[in-house]
Ligand binder design. Structure first.
Ligand code: ADP
Ligand code: MG
Length: 128
């Protein structure tokens, strides 16, 4: 998912180019704005964290671009492509290092397991 900061900054094109160059196939893609309730549901696993409310506000502030991506070893390879949560700690050349503004507004989301990829994919693309 390309997050609100990156979409608003006009970084969609270079980010998608980097994803495709890394060998990912885009199976589904759309653009939408989440309600704060949807953002809260998407990040429900973090609901006890101090940054939860701010995260939900940020994630529902403007449009996002969710995608379903396909590749061998997709979860691990995509996490490597996007880099660490905190862009200050993200490796050179990673999407977060290049495009993130802060640890919260960090440009892009990647699922952390095959199980969560299925859940998160169905969240935005029911039936795909
Ligand atoms: P990741 O997105 O790398 O899997 P997490 O699952 O830990 O990271 O956190 C989910 C999202 O919550 C992050 O991508 C970021 O937008 C936000 N976030 C994480 N940690 C913080 C923090 N310490 N302060 C503010 N926002 C945070
Ligand atoms: Mg996570």
């Amino acid at each position: 998912m390309i997050k609100p900061d990156a979409v608003a900054d006009g970084n969609t094109g270079p980010i998608i180019q980097q994803i495709e160059k890394a060998g990912f196939k885009i199976l589904a893609m759309t653009k939408l704005k989440m309600t704060p309730e949807q953002a809260g549901q998407f990040y429900a696993v973090h609901n006890e964290r101090p940054f939860y409310q701010s995260l939900c506000d940020y994630m529902s502030q403007s449009e996002i671009i969710p995608m379903i991506l396909e590749k061998e070893n997709a979860v691990e390879d995509f996490r490597a492509l996007i880099g660490a949560t905190n862009p200050a700690q993200a490796a050179e050349g990673t999407i977060r290092r290049l495009f993130a503004k802060s640890i919260e507004a960090n440009a892009i989301h990647g699922s952390d397991s095959n199980e969560n990829a299925a859940i998160e994919g169905a969240f935005f693309f029911p039936g795909v």
